[in-house]
Write a protein that binds this ligand. Structure first.
Ligand SMILES: O=C1O[C@H](COP(=O)(O)O)[C@@H](O)[C@H](O)[C@H]1O
Length: 231
């Protein structure tokens, strides 16, 4: 396993340090390939990180595409929308000129037509990702790789790039990048905060089925992962 742990005294310091690491990845990708794509998580954790990254001035934001690792199938008027969070917290100030590729493509359900529409848009992303920033739920899900997900196996092994997934713990139907597509990245980060998530990570690092804690698929993939944690 290639796990690096970075521990910070508080959430604000973590946010600043993670933003600096991702900014470095973005600048390097632009220098090397002329553009950069990043995929970020939603949920309750990344707000401060988004704000810190979005305020970074020495990035050519007009060469950056931001997307999500996963999304609830809701439009941006919903406070459950991960896209809303990105737009409100990150794509302000210097980062406002970045392009945002949403995973939600309309309608009530992520049916085959809508997922195909999303996949067509994602085919336009600069490749590989400069950085992918994962979160983790207390149930051991990451992206929308939920325990009991109806398409979990395909989500963990398929080419995607995205697919629909439904799970008892997920609330709305979801759309998620597949793990193989997320691993096509220059830098892979896991951003977690608090003692409970630290403990969930320790459990995930132990033996046990991937289906119980899908974050294990990331941890066992062999890809270098840097964990950013603070209390
Ligand atoms: O539903 C989701 O949850 C996870 C974890 O979120 P948090 O609220 O525990 O930080 C998140 O990584 C994922 O992107 C999101 O869709």
């Amino acid at each position: 396993m290639t796990l690096t742990r970075r521990t910070f005294a508080d959430k604000a310091t973590l946010a600043k340090e993670l933003a600096e690491a991702v900014a470095d990845r973005i600048r390097a990708a632009i220098a090397e390939r002329g553009s950069a794509a990043i995929a970020v998580s939603g949920g309750s954790t990344p707000g401060k990180f988004f704000a810190a990254l979005g305020k970074t001035r020495d990035i050519e934001w007009d060469k950056v595409v931001v997307t999500l690792v996963d999304e609830r199938w809701v439009d941006e008027t919903s406070d459950r929308s991960n896209a809303l969070l990105v737009n409100e917290k990150m794509l302000q100030g210097p980062a406002a000129v970045a392009r945002f590729f949403p995973l939600y493509s309309g309608g009530d359900e992520p049916d085959a037509t809508h997922v195909a529409q999303t996949n067509a848009l994602m085919a336009e992303l600069p490749h590989p990702f400069a950085a992918v920033i994962l979160g983790m739920g207390n149930d051991g899900h990451t992206a929308s790789f939920f325990p009991g997900g109806d398409t979990l196996d395909a989500a963990l092994t398929g080419a995607g790039p995205t697919l629909a997934i439904r799970a008892p713990g997920a609330g709305e139907p979801r759309i998620t990048f597949t793990l193989p597509r997320l691993l096509e990245t220059d830098g892979l980060y896991l951003h977690i905060e608090g003692d409970e998530k630290a403990s969930v990570l320790e459990t995930a690092l132990g033996d046990g089925p991937v289906e119980d804690m899908p974050i294990r698929a990331v941890l066992r993939s062999g890809a270098p992962v840097t964990v950013y944690w603070s209390p």
